[in-house]
Design a protein around this ligand. Structure first.
Ligand code: GDP
Length: 298
């Protein structure tokens, strides 16, 4: 992941560091390269611009050109700004709001983003790490295979799934999940909504209806981290129409260019809470901005 960006930034900043005394124009040159590297990593132009501006201001404020180790200082500023852009002021990105049992968590996203897999991964985590009783329900009435898939994953991770009743609407299933979660004494119930290949009105309306009858504590958008700017566009649309509370970036085990992570927070203002790192049920971790920033810098 982030190979292009990492090599590029690493190279420029290394050269800077070796030069010792820097001029303002050296810093500008380096930052131009950083900007190109960000754009190549599929960071959106306004975000790349804002990022460079923030670094420039910090560099000027700290008088880096007069310091003994200007290159290292620029590296540090770039690193710190990366963390800041990635995380905002979040302290614990992996915390989910699950007070007031049974707490509904709505899982939304496009088909193929990894939504069902992520639902089961998070359920497993809530069970094992937080000792919660979790119920999962598939609201995908269009693809019976999706409902079966969630049941299979539920079995695999030892988490209950709501029995499938054919012919029910998504809203009816959501209501049934809520009732079952209440009666059954569950702490959390997770609603895996239907994904579509593209965002469309019917999908959005259905998710909105489900949201209105369940009032979720968290609405997690699952997006494919490999899709770069598209992932950010999807997030903006879901947030605009439904309102999301956080993002899970999947396929971060692949060698995507990573721009999505950087743009996501800046554009949507919503935290990346988790990253998916593979197909296995344990392959998820809470978002570590330091780790990603470190990887970007190499
Ligand atoms: P959905 O249509 O959004 O519910 O997507 P699925 O959960 O069915 O996932 C689609 C495919 O992506 C499956 O083969 C998953 O195993 C795979 N997948 C999901 N998350 C990740 C991830 O973080 N990394 C990798 N490499 N594969 C993933």
């Amino acid at each position: 992941m982030f190979e292009n960006l990492s090599d590029r930034l690493g190279g420029v900043l290394d050269r800077l560091t070796k030069q010792g005394a820097l001029s303002d124009s050296d810093v500008s040159t380096a930052l131009r390269e950083v900007r190109v590297a960000l754009l190549e990593a599929d960071v959106s132009l306004p975000v790349a611009r804002d990022f460079i501006k923030a670094v420039q201001e910090k560099a000027a404020g700290q008088n880096v050109t007069k310091s003994v180790t200007p290159g290292q200082q620029v590296v540090k500023i770039v690193h710190d700004e990366l963390v800041h852009f990635l995380a905002g002021d979040d302290q614990n990105p992996g915390d989910l709001k699950i007070d007031n049992a049974p707490a509904p968590i709505l899982m939304v996203g496009l088909q193929g983003s990894g939504k069902t897999t992520t639902t089961a991964k998070l359920a497993k985590r809530l069970k094992e790490k937080h000792g919660k009783r979790v119920l999962m329900a598939s609201l995908d009435i269009y693809r019976p295979a999706a409902q079966d898939q969630l049941a299979v994953l539920g079995n695999q991770v030892g988490v209950d799934t709501l029995p499938i009743v054919k012919g029910q609407s998504a809203v009816d299933i959501a209501k049934r999940a809520k009732q079952q979660a209440t009666l059954g004494g569950y702490d959390v119930y997770m609603l895996d909504t239907a994904g579509r290949l593209h965002i469309d009105e019917t999908l959005m309306q259905e998710v909105e209806d489900v949201r209105n009858v369940t009032n979720p504590r968290e609405t997690m958008l699952v997006v494919d981290g490999l899709t770069g700017q598209d992932a950010v566009n999807v997030a903006e649309q879901f947030d605009g129409q439904i309102g999301i509370s956080g993002v899970v970036l999947t396929r971060m085990d692949g060698d995507g260019r990573g721009g999505a992570a950087l743009s996501m927070r800046a554009v949507t203002g919503k935290p990346i809470k988790f990253v998916g790192l593979g197909e296995k049920m344990d392959a998820i971790e809470e978002f570590h901005p330091e780790r990603i920033a470190g990887r970007i810098l190499g």
